[in-house]
Design a protein around this ligand. Structure first.
Ligand code: ADP
Ligand code: MG
Length: 339
């Protein structure tokens, strides 16, 4: 007999978790993404000790059918894609079917869900990847995920965790971005019982900007909008006098997903160009909409990076749209003033 064997599922999940679950913020991100994908209009997130002892996400989305709940925690199990062509038109935030099994492999997790179709609720408890409880439950419509003792069975990873404030900072950052991306969802975020963010879900992005950055900042943001046959752009940009010391004030959202994009950053910084003091950056929230086939999100397990198929067009649209707004503010000399 040869020496090569296929790893058992539990071990495979633990290995995948190394990639998908880098730190508590990764868990928060994946659970919120699932809540958004489920069409939720409210999402409550509460964490304790920077997410290391507890992460709880409650949504009012369409839920997981009782008969699906164990399957949802299997590797590569997803309701979001089913064929390879789906991979080239991803309309949901998730699609890899890796988050739940990965999180469950490195924590003590409880999932309670009641789906809209049957109205039946079920609860399962999984410890280190092993299902220990699987029973009917009483629960309101939606899903409640409770993740305790993250990395309790992977001491090497646990040791690598930073101070609670650092982990909280990463989580807070992601929650703020997803709130900016989805002003139509009422989001509450608590750490050790203290409310750190509350949005109303009214659809008004300025309200979210006020909740995240303060109402004085929200008051001086300028709306930006543009459209080409392929792309739609909306958002808010800061006047050049409101600057920050780093790029963290830039939030790029593509088809509902918060992403990091060098292309987008470059285009918008190019638009501000000489209006910003050296090493100062604007506060910008840009939401791009496009046909999913123009976007490749299958670049990295964290799904934070994407590839655009018509990058030059996108770059020009962003740069021109922002320049037009700033010109309206008379910061850039318009063509009429060039002699
Ligand atoms: P993915 O999001 O890539 O499909 P996950 O492992 O994150 O994979 O979730 C597996 C499946 O479990 C999802 O496809 C979805 O059907 C279901 N699911 C997970 N979380 C929720 C939720 N909050 N509400 C409804 N369904 C959920
Ligand atoms: Mg997911």
């Amino acid at each position: 007999m040869g020496k090569i064997k296929v790893l058992d599922e539990q071990l495979a999940n633990q290995i995948a978790a190394g990639e998908v679950v880098e730190r508590p913020a990764s868990v928060v991100k994946e659970l919120i993404e699932n809540a958004v994908d489920a069409g939720s209009t409210t999402i409550d997130i509460s964490i304790e000790e920077g997410g290391l002892t507890l992460i709880k996400v409650i949504d009012n989305g369409y839920g997981i059918e009782a008969s699906d709940i164990v399957t949802a925690f299997q590797r590569h199990a997803t309701s979001k894609i089913s064929t390879s062509s789906d991979l080239f038109r991803i309309a949901s935030l998730g699609f890899r079917g890796e988050a739940l099994p990965s999180i469950a492999a490195v924590s003590r997790l409880q999932c309670m869900s009641s789906d809209t179709a049957t109205g039946l609720a079920r609860r399962i408890v999984i410890e280190g990847g092993k299902v220990t409880i699987d029973e009917p439950a009483n629960a309101p419509q939606g899903t409640e995920m409770t993740v305790r003792d993250l990395f309790y069975n992977t001491p090497a990873r646990l040791k690598y965790m930073k101070a609670i404030q650092t982990e909280l900072g990463h989580i807070s950052d992601y929650v703020n971005r997803i709130a900016l991306a989805h002003p139509g969802i009422a989001i509450t975020f608590k750490h050790n019982g203290n409310v750190l963010l509350r949005t109303l879900g009214s659809g008004d992005r300025l309200q979210v900007i006020a909740a995240v950055y303060g109402s004085n900042t929200a008051k001086v943001m300028l709306p930006v909008e543009a459209e080409t046959s392929d792309y739609e752009l909306r958002g808010f940009i800061s006047k050049p006098e409101l600057t920050r010391a780093n790029r963290n004030g830039i939030t790029a959202i593509v088809n509902g997903r918060y992403i990091r994009s060098h292309t987008i950053n470059q285009a918008l910084l190019q638009a501000y160009h000489t209006l910003l003091p050296i090493n100062r950056y604007p506060l910008v929230i840009l939401e791009l909409g496009m046909h999913p086939s123009l976007l490749d999100v299958n670049v990295h397990p964290s799904k934070m990076e994407v590839r655009f198929s018509k990058e030059p067009e996108l770059r020009i649209m962003i740069e021109d749209a922002i320049k037009a707004v700033l010109r309206g503010q008379r910061h850039i000399p318009g063509p009429e003033s060039i002699t």
